[in-house]
Design a protein around this ligand. Structure first.
Ligand code: IMP
Ligand code: MG
Length: 172
C-alpha cells in the first residue's frame, strides 16, 4: 500500500480559518462549549480553536464502539465523558470524520439529554459513501465520497496521526 495526498497542509489551514470565522460569527456573544472527540479530532481541534475569534469553553470526550461493528445496533460508550456542564449552553461537537454517522448521532443524543440550548456538529471530513444514520454536519471542512484516509489526526491502527496533511491509503 501507499499513501496518496488528498488535502495538503495549506488547503487544510485555509479551510479551517474559514470554518473558524463562520463558527465565531454564529456564536458571537453566546455561551459556547466546544467538545473535541478524541482521538482523531485532536489536531483539527487545536487548529480550529486557535483560529476562532471567540473564547469558547473546551472539553474532550472519547467514545469506544464495541460488539459487532457490522450490526445495525452497534453500540457506542464513553471511555471519557465531558467535565463541563452544558445545561443552557450551546455545544459544538468537533469530529475528525463522520462516516456511518453512528458515533456522532449517539453523542448528540446523550448530550441532548443534558439540556443544552443547542448542539451543532463540526467535522473536518464528511464522508458520504457508508452513511447509515442521517446526521446533519453543520460545519464540514471537506466532503469526500469514499476512501480510507489518514493523517492530520486520523489513524490507521494508531499510526499516521502525525502526518501534516490528509492522505488516502491506496492498495498497491
Ligand atoms: P462513524 O461516523 O460512527 O462511522 O465513525 C466515525 C469514526 O470512525 C471517526 O471518528 C473515525 O475515528 C473513524 N473513521 C471513519 N472513517 C475513517 C477513515 O477514513 N480514516 C480514519 N478513521 C476513520
Ligand atoms: Mg474518531
Amino acid at each position: 500500500m501507499h499513501l496518496k495526498e488528498v488535502f495538503g497542509q495549506d488547503v487544510i489551514r485555509k479551510r479551517i480559518e474559514e470554518m473558524a470565522k463562520d463558527i465565531s460569527s454564529d456564536f458571537q456573544d453566546k455561551p459556547l462549549v466546544t467538545v473535541c472527540v478524541l482521538k482523531g479530532a485532536f489536531i483539527f481541534y487545536a487548529d480550529l480553536v486557535r483560529s476562532m475569534s471567540i473564547d469558547p469553553e473546551m472539553d474532550f470526550v472519547r467514545m469506544s464502539s464495541y460488539g459487532d461493528q457490522t450490526s445495525s445496533s452497534g453500540k457506542v460508550i464513553f471511555s471519557k465523558d465531558m467535565e463541563i456542564p452544558i445545561k443552557g449552553k450551546h455545544v459544538l461537537i468537533v469530529e475528525d470524520i463522520v462516516d456511518t454517522g453512528r458515533s456522532v448521532s449517539y453523542l448528540r443524543r446523550v448530550l441532548e439529554a443534558r439540556g443544552p440550548q443547542s448542539i451543532s456538529v463540526c467535522a473536518l471530513i464528511d464522508k458520504h459513501e457508508r452513511r447509515e444514520v442521517d446526521v446533519k454536519v453543520d460545519y464540514a471542512g471537506f466532503a469526500l465520497q469514499r476512501g480510507f484516509i489518514v493523517g492530520y489526526g486520523l489513524d490507521y491502527a494508531e499510526k499516521y496521526r502525525n502526518l501534516p496533511g490528509v492522505f488516502e491509503i491506496v492498495p498497491d
